[in-house]
Design a protein around this ligand. Structure first.
Ligand SMILES: Nc1ncnc2c1ncn2[C@@H]1O[C@H](COP(=O)(O)OP(=O)(O)OP(=O)(O)O)[C@@H](O)[C@H]1O
Ligand SMILES: [Mg+2]
Length: 308
């Protein structure tokens, strides 16, 4: 098992891909496992009267343990890239202040989740990029990739840029910011999963507006936990309607009246998997199919590649 890091830098293949959603899930996931977590959005643009909304969302997931000035030391009004937004106010981006805030948070917490702005090569000053900021904070990066067309190129480019800068990559989390996928997008996503293999460490399924996942979909947070076996079983059947999905693991829940099942099978599966320290979840779209997934912790050297 890898030693626990002091934090991670959540970057994306683009802006609007789901970094904040993934960061919040990660913060909640860690807190549920007893880790004392701090959150940071060091540079936020598009900040209006309501304050830095990403930073506030992260701080809320962390239980608001820190002053907002440390969570978000650099805020700019223009909804543009950080250097552009800073120039519009005649200001510079002072990465020293980011480092000082991060140091305070790192001192207070076991782990700090830092959300970058945009993607890795977004400028973070005259000569620095977001990748440089991750290096200055000595943090490994978690890459959030959206699921739809274009993602293979963006994700591989991001991985290549991270490698060229000697950034430590924890893995890629696939997000669904554009909701349910079309059939071609589903095929495309399969190709992304194949191209990335074990580098995919999690996936946040399409969520209803404003919803937070009520289950954890991280497959293998290697640096955070031991080896995990992940099993996914897919069909291309009729799918499960969204109103049923949150309840299918409930005891005695059957989808249609008159159906023969007693609604205990999935309930028992969930109990067994969780009793062994694993997680079980389902991703489904009506008319497209369903994927059941579960993870189980593997002890010793027996862990093989994630099964798909
Ligand atoms: N799995 C998902 N299902 C449905 N909507 C999602 C999902 N992930 C993200 N979204 C939505 O997509 C939008 C962008 O997500 P988010 O704000 O997390 O992106 P971001 O990468 O943090 O953006 P920014 O670059 O502005 O910080 C939000 O409205 C969010 O609610
Ligand atoms: Mg964000």
């Amino acid at each position: 098992m890898s030693a626990r890091r002091s934090g991670c830098f959540v970057t994306g293949t683009d802006t609007g891909v789901g970094k904040t959603v993934v960061s919040r899930v990660l913060i909640r996931w860690l807190r549920a496992r007893g880790v004392d977590v701090g959150a940071m959005k060091p540079i936020e643009t598009g900040v209006g009267a309501a304050g830095p909304l990403d930073a506030i969302a992260l701080a809320e997931a962390a239980g608001r343990p820190d002053p907002l000035d440390d969570v978000c030391p650099l805020r700019f009004a223009l909804p543009a890239a950080p250097t552009v937004a800073a120039a519009a106010e005649g200001r510079d981006i002072d990465l020293g202040s980011v480092e000082r805030s991060f140091a305070r948070l790192a001192q207070r917490h076991e782990f700090v989740v830092v959300e970058g702005a945009g993607g890795l090569l977004v400028p973070a000053g005259a000569t620095a990029s977001m990748a440089d900021l991750a290096l200055r904070l000595k943090l490994p990066v978690l890459i959030v990739a959206r699921a739809t067309l274009g993602t293979i190129n963006h994700t591989l480019l991001t991985l290549e840029a991270a490698g060229a800068r000697n950034l430590d990559v924890i893995g890629v989390v696939i997000s669904h910011p554009e909701g349910a996928l079309s059939a071609p997008d589903r095929a495309n996503l399969g190709a992304l999963r194949d191209a990335l293999g074990e580098r995919v460490i999690g996936e946040i399924p399409p969520l209803a507006a404003g919803a937070e996942p009520d289950f954890w979909v991280f497959l293998d947070l290697g640096p955070f936990q031991g080896e995990t076996l992940a099993v996914h079983v897919s069909d291309e059947g009729i799918g499960i309607a969204p109103e049923h999905l949150p309840r299918i693991f409930d005891r005695f829940y059957v989808i249609e009246a008159g159906e023969k099942g007693v609604g205990l099978g999935l309930y028992i599966c969930q109990g067994l998997v969780e009793a062994m320290g694993g997680q079980i979840w389902v991703v489904s779209e009506v008319g497209q199919g369903t994927t059941f997934s579960f993870t189980l912790p593997v002890e010793g050297d027996a862990a093989g590649p994630a099964a798909t």
